[in-house]
Write a protein that binds this ligand. Sequence first.
Ligand code: NAD
Ligand code: ZN
Length: 241
Amino acid sequence: MSNPLDVLQEKIIQSQSIVVLTGAGVSQESGIRTFRGEDGLWNDYRPEELANYESFVKDPATVWEWYEWRKKIIIDSKPNDCHYGLSTIESKKKLSIVSQNVDGLHDEAGSKNLIELHGNIWETLCVQCKDIRKNKSLHETIPPYCSLCNGLLRPNVVWFDEIIPMSTIESISEKINDCDLFLILGTSGLVQPASWFGMHAKQKDKYVIEVNIDITPNNQFYDLHIQSKVGEVFSRLNYDF
Ligand code: NAD
Ligand code: ZN
């Protein structure tokens, strides 16, 4: 049987169009904790109580306090070999990333064709005039207000009581329909709608490779499961193609 890394390498070289789904595991080697697992963020706070619009309207300062706490932890994190590997492949062939991460590290690594499914923690959205700004820094006072209209600013992320627009889901489905390789990197596959994309890719008969340090609920449906750290895997690929 071929070495799984050789299969991944070959498939990347052969593919005309690649779609990549990434989750919190992709940023683990950048020092950002995942939500689930032994030292998951869940253990200190209750995100389901804070990460929703209803809580924000009731108490914007407390919700902002949690976001500023998370931002402070990740502000010095840098992209790792997986983020850079993906942007290098994108410079050579058609590749799109659909990321569940809000840390902005794919963008920082130079990826252009990027859908941040759950938004970006470094962006603010004005609830009044809808202005979006990106700034990788912490706020001096919370809650922050819009410099254009003085409306309340919120983090530009998707909360538990919010939905991802259907047009975004449709555009991702189309990308999957057009690809020949679908990569699922560092995601537990428990969060919808992202977990649905892998099954959709299989229904469309695409070659699906998953890289995760763990066994995942859906891995038996995929063509190849590589049980390793994503950063290590991408550091061992050859990008001369
Ligand atoms: P998750 O926390 O549910 O799962 C992370 C997965 O990554 C697990 O299956 C784990 O086994 C795997 N993993 C951990 N380290 C890895 C590594 N080095 N290499 C390969 N695999 C590794 O994360 P999720 O599936 O992305 O879903 C959780 C939600 O949490 C998302 O909606 C996301 O927005 C949010 N979140 C984002 C960040 C971030 O932006 N970096 C961090 C935590 C949570
Ligand atoms: Zn405004």
